[in-house]
Design a binder for this molecule. Structure first.
Ligand SMILES: Nc1ncnc2c1ncn2[C@@H]1O[C@H](COP(=O)(O)OP(=O)(O)OP(=O)(O)O)[C@@H](O)[C@H]1O
Ligand SMILES: [Mg+2]
Length: 203
């Protein structure tokens, strides 16, 4: 499968365009990196590709077809701050099972401990919470993952553990990844190609 963003342009307000004629593509067997300055519009582009923002021009397609937004959205966005995407009034067991019921195997792959399931989101560390948000995004219907600085707040060892688990699962299940990071060394280790935001943005 091929995920494509075609000629995407967007502005939050009319005076200041943020994205202009951006095109990129990710295949199911690929990991594509995206680097760029802070505030340049990477997260905005991620939100458009994952269906969170709709007032843009251009097209997001999979195998040339627009993605229907009525069914499960096959492009899942994982955010930098997992706590912002979780209901603080839900215990982690409910948070984890919101989208689908993950297998024990997958929980083990990400080192998710059963004792975390009975806690509230504010009782876990950033790295522990991020494992939940990644597993949630790996619903079997997911075809592409957009990882927007998902490991920025983690130490180097945890960062590698999480990325290895995510890449292993995605390779085995033919899920393509668009990985946004400021960490060039990290992207160079596992990406098939790295895109530079100011080169693909035609402002
Ligand atoms: N909801 C919003 N309303 C208005 N402006 C916004 C909104 N969200 C983001 N912006 C602005 O759009 C620009 C791009 O923001 P975005 O979050 O996409 O940047 P980014 O490249 O992801 O930055 P970073 O690397 O710091 O995460 C910034 O100037 C930001 O202030
Ligand atoms: Mg961002």
């Amino acid at each position: 499968m091929e995920l494509k963003a075609n000629n995407i342009s967007f502005s939050y307000n009319k005076k200041k365009p943020i994205l202009k004629d951006i095109s990129l593509s990710v295949n199911s067997n690929q990991i594509i990196g995206l680097m760029g300055d802070s505030g340049s519009g990477k997260s905005t582009l991620c939100k458009i590709i994952a269906g969170y923002l709709t007032h843009y021009t251009g097209e997001v397609t999979i195998d040339g077809k627009k993605i229907p937004d009525k069914d499960y959205y096959p492009v899942q966005l994982i955010f930098q701050h997992p706590e912002k995407t979780m209901n603080p009034k839900w215990k982690m067991d409910k948070v984890l099972n919101e989208s689908w019921t993950p297998t024990q195997d997958l929980k083990d792959t990400f080192g998710l401990k059963d004792s975390w399931l009975t806690r509230w989101p504010n009782e876990l560390s950033g790295g522990e919470l991020q494992r939940f948000s990644i597993i949630r995004a790996l619903n079997p219907k997911t075809k592409f993952i957009i990882a927007d600085e998902i490991s920025t707040m983690l130490d180097a060892v945890t960062q590698v553990q999480i990325w290895e688990a995510l890449i292993g699962h995605c390779k085995a299940n033919n899920i393509g990844i668009l990985a946004v990071s400021h960490d060039k060394d990290l992207l160079e280790v596992f990406c098939d190609d790295i895109l530079y935001f100011d080169e693909i943005n035609n402002l």
